[in-house]
Design a protein around this ligand. Structure first.
Ligand code: GSH
Length: 200
């Protein structure tokens, strides 16, 4: 299998972490999303990464679907809880984390406009949504406690690490008001699936 990814994409990181946690071998091909033509385009007409190319040549996207596919491919160790309530809860947190990624990316793109062309109202609303969602993740992380040496991380934890890691990369000021969340992130920084996938 081959994964098309970039080193900074939080969605691709979620898949890369899941591959490492589940110990599934997969080649990673870095894509230049700024190029007119890039490898992922021939497998996903939307040109978005991550795309997972299966051995039979068929493509799976987006990140949430790839995760479901990996879980189907290798159910053990599971990253999505089996119990119905716990499963919905993990998927809800994954959706919340994806929303943080989407909204932070929209904020970053708006910030790149010349100052007098920026939509300040949009910037303020995006920041407020991201911070409200981060506050919820901070509460979750208090229940999870220290997972540095846990046998496996679940999808909610993986998605949280990717979302917070991306905010830390692009909008670190947003995180100043969440010291407990940052301490939780710091406590796990040496876990291989985390240190090997740090956005850079
Ligand atoms: N919902 C998608 C989002 C993927 C996405 O937006 N990826 C970005 C990179 S972080 C991308 O490929 N952007 C290029 C583009 O939109 O053309 C997922 O979860 O995989």
């Amino acid at each position: 299998m081959r994964l098309f990814a970039t080193e900074t994409s939080p969605y691709a990181r979620k898949v890369r972490m899941a591959l490492l946690e589940k110990n599934i071998p997969c080649e990673v091909e870095w894509v230049n999303l700024r190029a007119q033509e890039h490898a992922a385009l021939s497998h996903n007409p939307l040109g978005k990464i991550p795309v997972l190319l299966r051995n039979d040549g068929s493509a799976v996207y987006d990140s949430a679907v790839i995760i479901q596919y990996l879980e189907m491919l290798r159910p053990d160790p599971a990253i999505i809880p089996q119990d119905a309530e716990a499963r919905i809860e993990a998927l809800r947190i994954e959706a919340l984390a994806s929303g943080i990624m989407d909204t932070t990316i929209a904020w970053v793109l708006e910030q790149r406009h010349a100052t007098d062309c920026q939509d300040l109202n949009m910037l303020q609303r995006a920041k407020s949504k991201v911070c409200t969602a981060l506050a919820m993740l901070q509460e979750e992380s208090k229940v999870w406690k220290d997972l540095a040496n846990a046998p496996i991380l679940n999808l909610a934890q993986i998605a949280t690490i990717c979302a917070v890691g991306y905010v830390d990369l692009r909008a670190p000021d947003f995180l100043v008001q969440f010291p407990d969340l940052m301490a939780w992130m710091h406590s796990m920084r040496l876990r291989p699936s985390i240190s090997a996938t740090l956005p850079q």
